[in-house]
Design a protein around this ligand. Structure first.
Ligand code: CAA
Length: 249
């Protein structure tokens, strides 16, 4: 079975690092025209070079996913210059880990704005076009911790559980129009985000993963690429766990 996304245009938010970069790469390798946004110029330049070296053409936009008007303009620009958006991967997300008793309102708000408001800001201007063309794929990157909770993450887990609520509602709104909406919930993946967890705690977490290791960004990108293909047209409103067996539902 081959995943052919030739002719499709994809927007992956926060695609310049970690899981996002692996998603951009695999979608581009499958033939999609890939676009992404970034906030950090340095990371964006390194990403651009990596894609160029791999012979992949990825368009990048400096837009903050919390900026409703900026996202609307980016969507307009992509649709005018690259193509109508067929695939959206809501990947941009941050952590601000601390127990609730110490959490500032700013740490709460930043996580809400980036992880949740971004869903509205990106999907709202895109969904009408997808349904009118009769084909679309929306994938929201949630988390194992949105399914099971995690000490020090009341802000993050609220957003990740909330993302799946968004997934299920939008999936029902667009199911008859050829558009699927799904969540993917990665477990602990070897990215900067997980490496920021103090080593001693990280080692304890790895010890709880039945396969005995962290996941790789490529293992997450592979399932997303499949969900974005024609083969996955009957999967919608799902939350797909990719966590090495750490949390079995
Ligand atoms: N199990 C049991 N107890 C724990 C614990 C754990 N995993 N983690 C912390 N605690 C305890 C501490 O020992 C401490 O207990 P005492 O007060 O009795 O000493 C208490 O909980 C918390 O102490 P603090 O209030 O001082 O904690 P803090 O506000 O400084 O926060 C922390 C500490 C940030 C939560 C730190 O423990 C931590 O980083 N934990 C890991 C959080 C985590 O897994 N984040 C995932 C990041 S990656 C990601 O999010 C990607 C993804 O989707 C999977």
């Amino acid at each position: 079975m081959q995943t052919d996304l030739t002719g499709k245009t994809a927007l992956v938010t926060g695609g310049t690092g970690g899981i996002g970069a692996a998603i951009c790469k695999q979608l581009a390798e499958s033939g999609a025209k890939v676009t992404t946004n970034y906030r950090n110029e340095e990371k964006a330049q390194a990403f651009k070079k990596e894609m160029q070296d791999a012979g992949l053409d990825v368009h990048i936009y400096q837009v903050d996913v919390t900026d409703t008007e900026g996202c609307r303009k980016m969507v307009e620009d992509i649709e005018n210059n690259v193509g109508p958006i067929d695939i959206v991967v809501n990947n941009a997300g941050i952590t601000k880990d601390t127990t609730l008793r110490k959490m500032t309102k700013e740490q709460w708000d930043q996580v809400m704005r980036i992880n949740l408001d971004s869903l509205y800001n990106i999907c709202q201007p895109i969904v009408e076009g997808m349904t009118s063309r009769g084909w679309g794929r929306i994938v929201n990157i949630s988390s194992i911790n949105g399914q099971k909770g995690q000490i020090g993450q009341t802000n993050y887990t609220t957003t990740k559980a909330g993302m799946h609520g968004f997934t299920m509602s939008l999936a029902q709104e667009v199911a008859r129009k050829g558009v699927t909406v799904n969540s993917v919930s990665p477990g602990y993946i070897a990215t900067d985000m997980v490496m920021a967890v103090p080593e001693e705690i990280r080692e304890k977490i790895i010890a709880q993963i039945p396969v005995g290791r962290l996941g790789t960004p490529e293992e997450i990108a592979a399932i997303i690429t499949f969900i974005c293909s024609d083969h996955a047209g009957f999967i919608t409103g799902a939350d797909i766990s990719v966590n090495g067996g750490q949390h079995m539902m």
